[in-house]
Design a protein around this ligand. Structure first.
Ligand code: MRU
Length: 351
């Protein structure tokens, strides 16, 4: 199942807010539908957001008549600004849009038809690179795990969050195919339950033994010695290795360090942000308090209560054992390797 794909004229995606109860696919040729889908987490996960935005840029100009390429570029830039305003933390969104705008830039192309083909090719390249990156992350990451391990993961960094087989979950599923995985503890991931709803669903489909825990059980299973590795995804990796990921990742890294368990971040190089020096400078999205005051549609907190709902936190690089990318496993000191990887992408333009 592809969570997100290009049909040749439309984007087809699974509505992640309906899982695991219903597998509803949406097809659209309207980039504003994609904006809404990203904002409401129907499409979510850093790489998936980037791929969706790239095709959003295509849809914004596809099927319209333009007198000149300049006119088309103006429409593209306006749509890119709208797409960029949907969520602030995952850098894949901004890097993908920058690539689309760079692809439209060459002054030599004056024919809107040719420009459209170029944009479709670039979006397709972003998608294909993500598929390939997921596979390679899985291979590199599985190499770090020994036989019989139990791992713990947080949020959802699976196929749903990418165009391919996922990041953290690609490591787990690849290792499982090699017979290495005993079981996977999955944090439910309050408040939107990406772990319970999405990760548990994906891993169980793969026939992997899942043990679902509430987020506050993680410390207990780590203290009990039941976990040999923690693996999470990433929304933005600063150039010093500090990593923003789903809220709750940082306390997990502290717990892993306390119990001498490796804490791995698995992410494609498109998640590295060379322009952000450290975690302090990563913009952290704050969500509507209603996501905390309600559970499954039922109000669980008093009316009028004040809520603080950051969607992500930052794990300092000092707590990260290694970052698993499609171009290899990186260990501290992170800065030199991350900077060179981000500036020399395997494919496409650099931001
Ligand atoms: O708010 P979400 O569900 O988009 O947050 C997603 C995460 O934090 C993922 O762990 C991250 O994007 C990595 S996805 C491969």
């Amino acid at each position: 199942m592809n969570a997100l794909e290009w049909t040749g004229s439309k984007v087809r995606f699974i509505d992640q807010t309906r899982l695991p109860g219903e597998e509803i696919f949406v097809e659209t040729d309207d980039y504003r539908v994609l904006c809404e889908a990203i904002r409401t987490l129907r499409i979510r996960g850093a790489p998936a957001i980037g791929v969706a935005a790239a095709f959003g840029a295509v849809l914004a100009v596809r099927g319209k008549q333009f007198g000149t390429a300049e006119e088309m570029k103006r429409v593209l830039d306006a749509a890119a600004a709208e797409l960029a305003s949907t969520r602030p933390t995952a850098v894949n969104l901004f890097r993908a849009l920058a690539r689309m705008q760079a692809a439209a830039r060459p002054e030599t192309i004056q024919d809107p038809e040719i420009l459209l083909v170029r944009l479709q090719d670039e979006a397709m390249a972003i998608l294909n690179e993500d598929v390939d990156a997921c596979r390679r992350i899985g291979e590199f990451g599985a190499g770090l795990l020994s036989s019989g391990v139990t791992v713990l993961t947080h949020c959802n960094a699976g196929g749903l969050a990418t165009a391919g087989s996922g990041t953290a979950l690609s490591v787990i599923t690849t290792a499982a195919r090699q017979g290495k995985i005993n079981r996977v503890y999955v944090d439910e991931t309050r408040p939107l339950l990406q772990g319970a709803r999405l990760t548990a669903w994906e891993l169980m489909k793969e026939g992997i033994r899942v043990v679902l825990i509430t987020d506050n059980v993680a410390g207990t299973v780590l203290r009990q010695g039941k976990v040999q590795a923690v693996i999470v995804g990433a929304d933005r990796i600063a150039s010093n290795g500090d990593t923003a990921n789903k809220i709750g990742s940082y306390p997990l890294a502290v717990l892993a360090s306390r119990h001498h368990v490796p804490f791995y971040v698995a992410a494609p190089t498109s998640t590295i942000d060379p322009a952000t020096s450290d975690g302090e400078h990563i913009p952290i999205e704050e969500r509507n308090g209603i996501e905390v005051t309600t559970f499954g549609g039922t109000r669980v907190a008093p009316e009028g209560v004040e809520v603080y709902a950051p969607a992500f936190d930052v794990t300092p690089s000092t707590l990260i054992t290694a970052i698993i990318t499609e171009r290899g496993v990186i260990e501290a000191p992170y800065a030199p390797t991350l900077e060179s990887l981000a500036c020399t992408p395997a494919g496409g333009a650099s931001t």
